[in-house]
Design a binder for this molecule. Structure first.
Ligand SMILES: [Zn+2]
Length: 303
C-alpha cells in the first residue's frame, strides 16, 4: 500500500491530552449593527430592522437554553453598539462563563478604513465590551471577516490574543507581518457560516434558503474531515439568522453529533488561545500577504 505523500507543513495538532481535534461554537451577535454601519436609517426599512432585532430579543434566549441543556461552551462576538443596547443580556452570558469577543463598534467593514480609524474602533469597542462583560476579552472577529495587513498589529495593541476571521488553514496558525508579534488565527470558513445557507432578506430574495438537513450534512462532513486532520472546526452562527426554531434543531443535532465523537475538544477560541500561549506551543506561521507587490503595506489604495 502506498503511504500518504507528505508535502508542506502539517497543521497544528498540539491539543491537550486526550483530545485530537477541537470544535468552537461561535455566534456573531450582529443584529441591526451592520445595517446602521452602512449608513441606512432605521426609518428606511423597519422590516429588516425587525428581522435583525429578533436576534437578541428572541433567538438569544433560545440559544442560551440550548447551550445550557447541552452543557457546551460557546463564544459570542458582539459589536459594542449591540452590547450597549443589551448590557444585561451580555452580562448574563458572561456570568455563565460564555466567552465574549470583539466584533467592531458598529460592525464597521474595515477594508476601507485607515489605520487610525481602525485603531480607534477596536480600542473603543473593547473598552465597552470589557466594562459590560467584566471579562478580559482576548478574542476578536473582524466584521464581515474583512482584514487589513495592519489588523494584527492593531488587535495586539489592545490585548487581543487571537483573531477568528480568516480561512488560511484547518487548524490554528499565526499571522506575521513586518513588525510586532504574530497573532494567533483560529480559522473560519463560508461553509460553516449560517448566513451562506439561511441568510435571506428583502434585498437577497434571490438567495434561496437551504434545507436544514442539507446544512446538517455539510457541517457534519466538514467536522468529520477536520477531526480526521486533527484541526479545529469553527461554526459561525448569527442569532437573527439561525435562531429560528427549525434551524436551532439542526444546531442541536450537530452538537449532539459532536458530543458523540471521542476525544473532540468542544471549547472556545479563547481557551485555545490561552492554552497555546500558556504552553508556548509551536504553531505554523504564515507571512501576511507575502506574495503581494511591495506597495504601501501591500494594499491597493482605497477607492
Ligand atoms: Zn458580524
Amino acid at each position: 500500500m502506498m503511504e500518504d505523500m507528505c508535502i508542506g507543513n502539517l497543521p497544528f495538532r498540539g491539543w491537550p491530552n486526550p483530545f485530537h481535534a477541537a470544535l468552537c461554537l461561535t455566534w456573531d451577535v450582529d443584529d441591526e449593527a451592520p445595517f446602521y454601519s452602512r449608513g441606512i436609517s432605521p426609518y428606511h426599512d423597519v422590516s429588516e430592522i425587525e428581522q435583525r432585532q429578533y436576534g437578541v430579543r428572541r433567538a438569544l434566549p433560545l440559544i442560551f437554553n440550548l447551550l445550557q441543556k447541552s452543557r457546551v461552551p460557546a463564544c459570542f462576538f458582539v459589536p459594542a453598539y449591540i452590547a450597549k443596547q443589551w448590557p444585561a443580556v451580555i452580562q448574563t452570558l458572561a456570568d455563565h462563563q460564555y466567552e465574549i469577543g470583539g466584533h467592531g463598534f458598529l460592525h464597521e467593514p474595515v477594508r476601507n478604513l485607515a489605520i487610525q480609524d481602525e485603531d480607534d474602533i477596536v480600542r473603543e469597542a473593547l473598552t465597552v465590551l470589557r466594562k459590560i462583560s467584566r471579562q478580559p476579552v482576548v478574542g476578536y472577529r473582524t466584521p464581515s471577516w474583512q482584514f487589513n495587513t495592519w489588523t494584527p498589529e492593531v488587535l495586539r495593541r489592545y490585548g487581543i490574543l487571537y483573531d477568528s476571521s480568516l480561512m488560511g488553514d484547518i487548524s490554528v496558525y499565526q499571522l506575521a507581518w513586518d513588525t510586532g508579534q504574530p497573532l494567533l488565527e483560529i480559522p473560519i470558513h463560508w461553509n460553516l457560516d449560517d448566513v451562506e445557507h439561511w441568510g435571506h432578506t428583502h434585498a437577497t430574495r434571490d438567495h434561496s434558503i437551504s434545507s436544514p438537513s442539507t446544512v446538517y450534512e455539510i457541517w457534519k462532513d466538514e467536522l468529520l474531515g477536520i477531526v480526521n486532520q486533527g484541526g479545529v472546526c469553527v461554526l459561525t452562527l448569527h442569532p437573527h439568522v439561525s435562531g429560528r426554531p427549525g434551524f436551532l434543531s439542526v444546531i442541536q443535532r450537530f452538537i449532539d453529533f459532536a458530543q458523540s465523537i471521542p476525544d473532540l475538544w468542544i471549547t472556545t477560541p479563547g481557551h485555545i488561545a490561552q492554552y497555546v500561549s500558556a504552553h508556548a506551543l509551536t504553531v505554523p506561521r504564515v507571512r501576511l500577504a507575502s506574495t503581494m507587490p511591495d506597495t504601501q503595506y501591500g494594499r491597493e489604495p482605497a477607492p
